[in-house]
Design a protein around this ligand. Structure first.
Ligand code: ADP
Ligand code: MG
Length: 686
């Protein structure tokens, strides 16, 4: 057996297990070896009950206080006990485990480990793991247990067992890293490194192992980018884009004038679109810097010249918002163009009709989610694709989009505040424009960082804002273990909040488990102020624009990355009213305070990203992964920026010395590169 063997050949893996594994993308022994844990469970010291923090997983040790109760009905029996230590008492509940009344009723110390949540009657630890007697916990303490991404029917333990077996067949023949690079950067040998990725003894060991694979991932990525760039440079612009008077008129009619930065960027885009080569440009600008109007101008230029333009949004909610926004502007400013919306929740008939209007050229601006724009749609003469940073375009996709036509211009919008040095590496195939100035009429958002004791005051404050006609967001604690729990949390929370707010205030809720149509309805209602307070998970994070919303309260703020918090905060402060951001935290640690303080004192995304990095330092691998930026399996662009730079340098050196990767030591790297390019659909003919 080797890394290429099918997992079905392994001991203990039959048809059934193999098919479960294939659901998470594992078919070979090598796939299992590279199926790295999503995170690790670390069994830390128990904390005094008085210091448990809301929203987080805690371990407590104590004795049962009073009687253990079983309540509820046959379907959902709830076992409740009170655990007491020298500092206080904590309510603990389990579902469907009535037998605990007997097993735990025998006295003596026990240790419990679980998430602490705020319920109507105070803090409750929900469904914790039980270590009884308490000494059982001691055995586990400080060890790291891998936690894998699972699918229904596949347990974490089953994955652990299979991975252990697979690791026996790990062989450095599968190592793609050239020996010279492994030596230069002192990486852990391949075989040791894969083992330590799954079963590290401690954090230091894990971080050594991880470094190697992050480097590998970045190396393959930067190599593929370089190759891509070499090709794209040669694409000639075949679209004639004359300046159009309607655009000047539109700019004059707008209720505001473009900021200097917006003007500069618009000029760059226009001259790209009128230039000799096809545009590949990234526009970077902090939340609220006004990127949408820039995208709209580019779409107008294409449309008014008789071409089509497409705008891809990451979610349906956003696509719809853009569509309404853009259709609104088209009619308000008397622009002779039609826009079309394409989303997954449209009926087959609606889609067909939309496809027809696109194919015959009746519509000039197509807005939708990316799958819909890519599949089945035939454009008449697509000249421009505007997208967000989550999508990368290779020549192949451009060809697919254009059908038989010419390669369209590509404009990528990004709110991720990456320093220029990193942007140049990450977007090596794109020219970069930066909107580095905020619209002038903005009132800076007022921030505060508070603990949960402030919640009542915060509710009162929100109520006042609603009475004045404004709206609010509450971002709810996330429960990452289970989507079901996450939904329940948001639902629970919004019910409680609805009680507090009274009948005059409509509280709505939004979470990832809802159907698209439900989400749209809720967002619509919020947009129209039929809902005044929206309780949501981070699904509202990207781009939602409701200028009448003036308060965002973020529960368990310590559990988010700073960049993500900054994005969330960007949902307010978009209109003419003073806006407020309340960071609520259940944690009492100084570190949390220091981190949140950065946000408290700055509204500048670039500054925040830099400070976040400084605070976490490259050693912090268990910190919160910054979401939103590119899909690396392991690497984090911010946190691993040093490795990213090293990998980019190495890629440059390799290509200078051996552009075709013909040397024997590059054979496996070259194969990996081809695989990556195919997987990512980047290019057919490198
Ligand atoms: P983002 O860059 O986050 O996508 P938007 O494009 O959604 O930001 O713009 C945020 C808000 O600012 C919108 O309501 C938009 O109409 C407004 N806006 C854009 N540019 C300007 C400007 N130059 N002056 C005033 N308001 C502007
Ligand atoms: Mg936006």
């Amino acid at each position: 057996m080797n890394e290429r063997s099918q997992i079905i050949e392994m001991k203990g893996i039959g048809e059934k297990t193999a098919s479960l594994f294939s659901k998470v993308g594992i078919t070979t022994v090598g796939d299992l070896i590279r199926y790295y844990p999503r995170t690790y469970e670390i069994f830390e010291d128990p904390v005094p009950i008085a210091e448990v923090s809301e929203g987080s997983v805690c371990t407590v040790t104590g004795a049962v206080f009073g009687r253990i109760q079983v309540s509820g009905n046959r379907n959902l029996q709830v076992t409740t006990l009170y655990l007491k230590d020298l500092t206080g008492t904590l309510k603990v509940i389990w579902f469907r485990m009535p037998f605990l009344r007997t097993t735990l009723g025998k006295g003596g110390a026990l240790t419990l480990r679980g998430r602490v949540l705020r319920k109507r009657d105070g803090l409750v630890m929900e469904h914790p793991e039980i270590y009884y007697p308490a000494s059982k916990y001691e055995e586990k303490k400080d060890s790291m247990q891998p936690v894998y991404t699972l699918t229904a029917g596949l347990t974490n333990n089953a994955v652990i067992k299979s991975v252990r077996q697979a690791l026996e067949h790990a062989s450095d023949r599968m190592d793609i890293l050239p020996q010279s690079l492994a030596e230069k950067y002192h990486f852990m040998p391949y075989e040791t490194a894969v083992k330590k990725m799954h079963f590290p003894e401690n954090k230091a060991e894990f971080s050594e192992a991880r470094k190697r694979f992050v480097f590998e991932e970045f190396l393959v990525f930067t190599l593929s980018l370089r190759k891509l760039k070499d090709r794209e440079d040669r694409m000639v612009n075949s679209f004639a884009m004359a300046d159009r008077p309607e655009i000047e008129r539109f700019l004059e009619a707008l209720p505001y004038s473009l900021t200097g930065a917006q003007q500069k960027v618009w000029k760059e885009i226009r001259s790209d679109m009128q230039g000799k080569y096809v545009m590949s440009r990234l526009v970077q600008g902090d939340v609220g810097s006004g990127k949408t109007v820039i995208a709209f101008l580019a779409l107008l230029l294409a449309g008014l010249n008789g071409y089509q333009g497409a705008l891809m949004a990451p979610t349906e909610v956003l696509a719809r918002q853009h569509f309404e926004n853009i259709s609104g502007m088209l009619s308000e400013y008397g622009l002779p163009l039609r826009a079309e919306l394409l989303t997954g929740s449209m009926t087959a008939k609606q889609k067909r009709e939309a496809y027809e209007r696109i194919q015959c050229g009746e519509v000039s601006i197509v807005i939708g989610t990316h799958a819909l724009i890519q599949e089945k749609v035939i454009y008449r003469n697509l000249a421009l694709v505007v997208t967000d940073e989550q999508h990368r375009f290779g020549v192949k996709q451009r060809e697919a989009l254009a059908g038989k036509g010419s390669m369209p211009h590509i404009l990528v919008m990004s709110a991720t505040p990456i320093p220029r040095t990193l942007a140049i590496i990450l977007y090596g195939d794109l020219d970069i424009s930066v909107i580095d100035e905020m619209p002038k009429n903005r009132l800076p958002i007022k921030n505060c960082v508070v603990d949960t004791g402030y919640r009542k005051k915060a509710y009162n404050f929100m109520k006042k804002q609603v009475e004045e006609g404004r709206q609010c967001y509450v971002i709810c604690p996330m429960v990452e273990e289970s989507e079901a729990l996450e939904a329940e949390n948001v639902l629970d929370y919004s019910e409680i909040l609805s009680d507090v707010m009274g009948d005059d205030v409509k509280v709505g809720c939004l979470h990832g488990r809802m159907k698209q149509q439900e989400k749209d309805e809720i967002m619509d209602a919020f947009g129209k102020n039929e809902i005044q307070i929206l309780v949501s998970t981070t699904v509202v994070e990207v781009g939602i624009d409701v200028p009448n919303a003036t308060v965002i309260m973020i529960e368990n703020a310590e559990r988010f990355g700073l960049a993500q918090l900054h994005q969330l905060r960007g949902r307010v402060g978009r209109g003419k009213y003073q806006s407020y951001c309340i960071f609520m935290t259940g944690s009492k640690s100084d570190e949390t305070k220091e981190r949140l303080d950065i946000l408290n004192h700055s509204n500048d995304g670039f500054f925040i990203a830099g400070e976040d990095l400084r605070l976490r330092g490259p050693g912090d691998l268990f910190g919160i992964r910054q979401s939103g930026i590119m899909d690396f399996k392991l690497g984090d662009v911010f946190q691993d920026s040093v490795i990213l730079k090293q990998a980019a340098e190495a890629a440059g050196r390799i290509l200078r010395e051996d552009p075709e990767l013909k040397r024997p030591e590059y054979t496996k790297l070259s194969e990996a590169l081809q695989r990556y390019i195919t997987d990512q659909n980047l290019e057919a003919t490198l």
